[in-house]
Design a binder for this molecule. Structure first.
Ligand code: HEM
Length: 405
């Protein structure tokens, strides 16, 4: 950790080793304070929120807004990011946020998600049938299970041809890897254009042949004229695709990894499968599949937990750090599937609280126990010394998870 006297901590968020050391770095930071001036790549100043109480306050504070376009203090390059994919609810404030969220929230209520349980089970079992026939008794679980399950589910909900899922994966991984890295934005333009063209064609198809899916519904709302602009339609579908799978893949992958690394907790879950509810909450807390909340901007000068954040200042809530704060969670670095209470912030909080939380929980509660049931001898099969973490600002997840079945 370097400290630049003028600008605060220089944290190398994008180094291959950042994820490996993140939790011990956060522990040091929490000891020093709740909020820290830091440098992102390319000399971009930001305030990193590391303690639980401050994270909770920041997520609920309406002075930290999501759409920087109204703030002249915000550097222009952040506004350049304003492309066809940036007018979605997670980058909006009320009243736009409320309008956009209301258009889709019904599809994600716990009741709607319960109706999908059977189909999610079927998808999990189909994927595991294929795994079971692996000739050498080995498998790579990210590619074979953790990724396809959520992308198949969200594709079916949206009405996207499931055979195109590998293309989505490539596009969304490329775009996500450029989060908060302006030096990468030119490089990802071709990917952006390909993704946009694909969605444009899909919208056309659903316009002429509507089906019983979310995209057909949204295309219809856009046509009506006053509730959803064309740019918002692109952004909404982009957000649902990316948030719908890039997150849950990490929940499943990190969950399996952590259980296999903690044999007593794995044994406890195998003995009492009814503990899956609290086990899943502990996986969410302990592994924070979304490690950082998305960017927030101070709409005015804000005095916050000992720091003065200027108007236009960029605020980043480190959810992964808040979830390991010993003032909120006794023995925070202990993975304990019986932990109660467990008010983690893995899904955020406030008006941007994860819309897909009921879906993610349902997917996790099916994916993890089904895998454990089918493979009683499941074991990790890593070769190298360090784990292959994705280099991604927002997400915390593995690029691969090799196992013996
Ligand atoms: C384990 C899986 C998941 C985790 C950990 C997660 C985490 C989060 C977090 C932390 C936020 C708030 C970010 C912020 O305030 O900056 C969020 C928002 C959101 N999530 Fe999730 N998510 C997950 C799965 C899903 C799924 C399956 C969907 C389905 C489409 C989804 C859709 C959304 C949407 C649309 C928002 C924006 C809500 C708003 O702005 O009002 N998420 N998620």
């Amino acid at each position: 950790m370097n400290t630049d006297e003028q600008t605060g901590l220089v944290l190398d968020f994008f180094s291959p080793h950042f994820k490996e050391q993140a939790f011990s770095l956060y522990r040091d930071l929490r000891q020093q304070g709740a909020v820290h001036p830091v440098q992102l790549s390319a000399d971009i100043p930001a305030w990193l929120v590391t303690r639980y109480d401050a994270a909770l306050a920041a997520l609920k504070d309406s002075r930290f807004i999501k759409d920087p376009r109204t703030l002249p203090e915000v550097e222009d390059f952040w506004l350049d990011e304003t492309d066809l994919f940036s007018e979605h609810m997670l980058a909006s404030d009320p009243p736009d946020h409320t309008r956009l969220r209301n258009l889709v929230h019904k599809a994600f209520t716990p009741r709607m998600i319960e109706e999908m349980e059977g189909r999610i089970r079927e998808i999990a079992n189909d994927l595991l049938d294929k795994l079971a026939s692996s000739p050498n008794g080995r498998a790579e679980l990210i590619d074979a299970y953790a990724f396809p399950l959520p992308i198949l589910v969200i594709s079916e909900m949206l009405g996207i041809p499931t055979e195109d899922r590998q293309r989505f994966r490539n596009w969304s991984t490329t775009l996500l890897a450029a989060t908060n890295r302006p030096e990468k934005w030119e490089e990802i333009q071709p990917t952006m254009v390909e993704f946009q063209e694909y969605l444009g064609d899909l919208f056309e198809k659903r316009r002429s042949h509507p089906a019983d899916d979310l995209i057909s519904g949204l295309v219809h709302v856009e046509e009506e004229g006053n509730k959803l602009t064309s740019r918002e339609l692109y952004s909404m579908v982009f957000l649902l695709i990316v948030a719908g799978h890039e997150t849950t893949v990490n929940l499943i992958g990190n969950g399996i990894l952590t259980l296999l690394q903690t044999p007593n907790q794995l044994a406890l879950l195998r003995e009492s499968p009814e503990r899956i509810g609290s086990a899943l909450e502990e996986i969410l807390r302990y592994t924070s599949p979304v490690e950082m909340a998305t960017n927030r901007w101070a709409a005015e000068e804000v005095s916050f937990f000992g720091q003065t954040i200027p108007k236009g200042g960029l605020v980043i809530v480190a959810l992964g750090s808040a979830n390991r704060d010993g003032n909120q969670f006794p023995q925070p670095d202990r993975f304990d599937i019986t932990r109660q209470p467990n008010r983690h912030l893995a899904f955020g909080l406030g008006i941007h609280y994860c819309l897909g939380a009921p879906l993610a929980r349902m997917e996790g509660k099916i994916a993890i126990p089904t895998l454990l049931d089918r493979f009683p001898n499941l074991a990790l099969d890593f070769k190298g010394e360090s784990l292959p973490w994705r280099q991604d600002f927002l997400m915390r997840g593995l690029t691969e998870l090799p196992v013996r079945l």
